[in-house]
Design a binder for this molecule. Sequence first.
Ligand code: TNX
Length: 730
Amino acid sequence: MKRILLVVATIFAIACTEQRASISGAAIIPQPLSITEHQNAFELSDKTVLVCDAEELAPIVAYAREYLAVGSTAKVAPSTNYISFALDASLAEEEYRLSVSHDAVQIVGGGYGGVFNGVQTLFQLLPSEVYTKQMPLPAKVLGCNVADKPKFAYRGFMLDVARTFIEKDNVLRYIDYLAYHKINKLHWHLVDNQGWRVEIKAHPDLARVAGFRGGDSPLRSTLGKWNEKYGGYYTQEEIREVVAYAAVRNIEIIPEIDLPGHSEALLRIYPNMLCNYTNTDLDINGNYDNRNVVCATKESNYRILEEILSEVCALFPSEHFHIGGDEVNMSQWKRCPDCLAWLKKRGYTDGYKLEDMFIGRIQTILAKYGKKPSVWNEAAFGGGLSKDAWVHGWKSPKICKQVMAKGYPTIFMPQQFFYFDMRQSEREPGAVWGGCFDVRKVYSFDFAKEGFTAEEVAQVKGFEAAAWSEAFLSQGGDTSIDFIEYQTFPRICALAEHCWGKNGGGEWEEFHNRLYSCHYDRMADMGINFRITPPEVKYENGLLSVLKIDNGTLYYREDGSSRVCKYSRPIKTSTPGKFLFWSEYRDHISPEVAHASRYETIKPKFTLTSSMPENAKYGYDKVMSYKSEARTARACVKGDWFLYEFDEPLECRAVEFYAGYFAMPSRSFPSGYIEISEDGKNFERVADLKDGKILLENPRPIKAARLVSEGALIGTSSVRFIAPKIYPKW
Ligand code: TNX
């Protein structure tokens, strides 16, 4: 069966490449369970009637009409030229049948979701311009019969608007993109250390004040725009609008209020909710008390939390409510006399017992408002979490397995495959800790390879991918919706395939072919700023060549020339690093790629010394590798320095030095400067640090460089830094 499907899909993909201009074809993403093609195409015209007599489907008909721009609607079908929408109770809720004939397109679904899924498949059978809402008519719908249903009930995506605020209109746009891919859950991460994004009427300062960080906000600018004040929040009215918009698109929104950790935003407004002890050096980081855990034993906390949660519960019809539970810094509870007394009284020592109790209390509050909890995997092992909770397994497939063994409906999102904040290739922006992968790796997730039996897979609730956003700026990206789209598409296309059951058979080539031959056009017309796979560069025997990956056009340019050339044959050169290559498809451009010799080295060798002692685990030798970071053993004071001494004078195109960790003021020299020496003895101050780093272009030969701090960090925080980046002369 699988094999037949694969052959059919391949034929369609080929047909689709050839006829792309007129038919966007059956290279559908996610691939339906069954589809058979025939010759009777339907012609959509401005006379086509949309037919529906089921009241509850009215929003779908209105939605479809926006895209199809056809004539009228009716309750009874005319003899020909119509698209009908109907329910059939014998089908499962999200199951549908779609049949295209010369006379009509008929979509029948088990429920609202099924009909909606059918509409999305119909869109993909039309020219990709359907997504622009300005498709020229008449337009052909490929003749076929589809019988389809999703494998997993939970097909989710998580937007982290707490770290990087996303304007309401962009959230709406993003919901459209998810709906096109038959994703049916939006997990909305609304609060975190870096911001509180939902208006709470009983506690207005949460959004009004902690919706912004940096500048004069009590909320520090962590991993953000250095110390610029920025942010935003949604009013309750806006939230309701987003919820309703999503519901039309078969998307349920599950809100998250992350507790009891990740709660800096809440705690900067209500410091009394912290544990009952005076902060110590352990809590202070870069002159700032960064405790972020709500005290588990203060009774008044539960009253405030109920006031907050009850308002949020009322905004979201979803039965589930995500209460976080991840990465709780237990050391705060363990320094709190009240929390310690609670543990002692029960003969416990493990902080997780407190988390379990906390989650239990919140669970009881939620139950009062008709909600069931969803949590991150850390909260699933205490024993107190009710069995109807959904658990989001993010750590690894292994953790997902353990959660499932406890009997919880589990949502798969292991970071190694589904954290789309991770960068997509070595030199692209994005987080690094969970890996470096593009759509191909996402597609490669395989239950069998991860050791899951068929019985286990049958218990999986679904999949979710996440785009955590705290590192967007600090790791080379930006805060625009364009960047989020770039990080998430086409990786979401692969997520959608998993959610649907990977009906294409699981071969990368088959999926990739569907992706670039038809879906690039669709994503372009959807308006998504998707990533194009970059070409691969090879240098052999003095010849520099590039390998095309998809159907983009290859271009290149050479340093020092503004001329952009189309790539047609290998380039003869002795300086391969000078050439930059990329692929373009319509107005989408892949990242630039070049031969490895273009990029930074750690040559010549250097030694590093400092006025500050080194951290025992992250010593100064770590800066000899780009893959790791070094740390001091204490915070810096005014006058502290790092000295780089090169074995031979450094001559380069450019060099960038770091006196801290990306955009984290608490891990950097607060201010400072750099001194350069040509002979290793006499130093000259040449530039000031900006945001913890300094770039010198075409510098004089450097024998030694000294970074000097002009400010102090208070507390225990170390200064973290990485190797200077040296770009060699050609
Ligand atoms: C871990 S995953 C977190 C997030 C971070 C993310 C960065 C999880 C439940 N917690 O707070 O944003 O890593 O990738």
